[in-house]
Write a protein that binds this ligand. Sequence first.
Ligand code: KIV
Ligand code: ZN
Length: 519
Amino acid sequence: MTIIQEPNRVIIFDTTLRDGEQSPGAAMNLEEKLRIAEALDQFGVDVIEAGFPISSNGDFEAVTEISKLVKNATVCGLARAGMKDIDRAGEALKHAKRGRIHTFLSTSPVHMKHKLNMTPEQVLGAVVASVTRARDLVEDVEWSGEDATRTEFDFLCRCIEAAIKAGASTINLPDTVGYATPQEYAEMFRKVIARVPGADTVRFSTHCHNDLGLAVANSLAGVIGGARQIECSINGIGERAGNAALEEIVMAMKVRHDAMPFDTNIDTSQIARISKLVSSTIAFPVQYNKAIVGKNAFAHESGIHQDGMLKNAETYEIMRPEDVGVAKSSLVLGKLSGRHAFREKLSAMGYELGANALQDAFERFKALADKKRHVFDEDIVALVDDEMARGQDRLRFENMRVVAGTFGPQSAEMELSIDGEIRVGLARGDGPVDAIFNAIRGLYPHEASLQLYQVHAVTEGTDAQAEVSVRLEENGKSVTGRGADTDTLVASAKAYLNALNKLLVKRQKTAPEAMSATH
Ligand code: KIV
Ligand code: ZN
């Protein structure tokens, strides 16, 4: 098959939901994955790697449901070289408008010997068998040589040639351990493309990890060397130090189009929103000074810089905040705003809620406007995110009273609805948050342990809403819950309950036999 390529078009392959989700603590539930997949589709990514279907029933279901949901992008499922992996990926993708199986196998000496315990000839045989099987199931097959950058060059070329002959149309050469330099990575693509028969009939892809902070630079170098697909993730989340950050890659090619004349299909004005969606979903705060999406990325603090900015923004700004969807925080609505204005505001912010969800969100907005004088865009985002996080929760917050401070022991009286039944309990703790969590544990006993408790003020001022994230771990599986409220302690209780609800869903879905399939 010959691929006719627009020579400068770079395919953006998003792996937030697969490699990104492999970050410790970044597990997402189905609802969250669907929201992110929908946002990625609207954002303009070309391929969404939705999961690793054989690794768990949860991943299988996620790939299946995302395949049904996504309208524009190709949906991709990951598979090792084994037939069971590939068949499971094919099964999960059967509803996709455009489905891709991404099958991979290690090719470096250290991986073949110590991880796979296979000889190079056995690996070569498995490349042919796996790609052939995948092509029996779908048209679009990607093959990756895991640890390509530490693979012996002649052997890498033999594997690529075999994968192309067996029917792969994308060849991915990952820098799995984040070891390559930009020069080496560009050179690898140049040499492979010049040498391997059939290289002109396929698309080459980068996949870079950030162990030395070079993932973005290496990905761009790979494109300069001839690759035309970049595998990357929102906010750069992924195994260990993460993957190449999608937003940095896309903006680098846009702002420095003179030096890197490559185009993508991404609507960059959605960058800020999708970055926030991912970071709040998994409670991974974005570093303040992170390029493109950090809180300070467009802040000018020093007097000299501020003076220059006032005279002409180009003095210190190489891109406009609005290019990446960063708008000045605006005062939105107040106590007297009606449902119509509220709906208009939501829609302008990109939220389309159904009638019931809109009504619930509106009631919560009214309650918030009663407590808080100014309601900002960020408040609306926190409120709607909080509403969506509740979903079909079995455990629901009703009321609580907390004793905090230094006069005596701290305690919490908690009223919860558990499967529709109201239950009340009282507990003491080492501080008010501990007392709240103990009260919840008393009403709904569980073994999960607290891994993270994080509070973030949504806006400025003492009446700001608090957004709390709580991570719980049970049997090696972790989940993150969120809650928002003007009362930090109420937000804490809601976040803990949200995490517990997610654990309940996870317990139902995880198949023990499938878990051993992850590597
Ligand atoms: O880093 C890596 O090599 C991977 C492969 C599965 C593509 O994630
Ligand atoms: Zn990876």
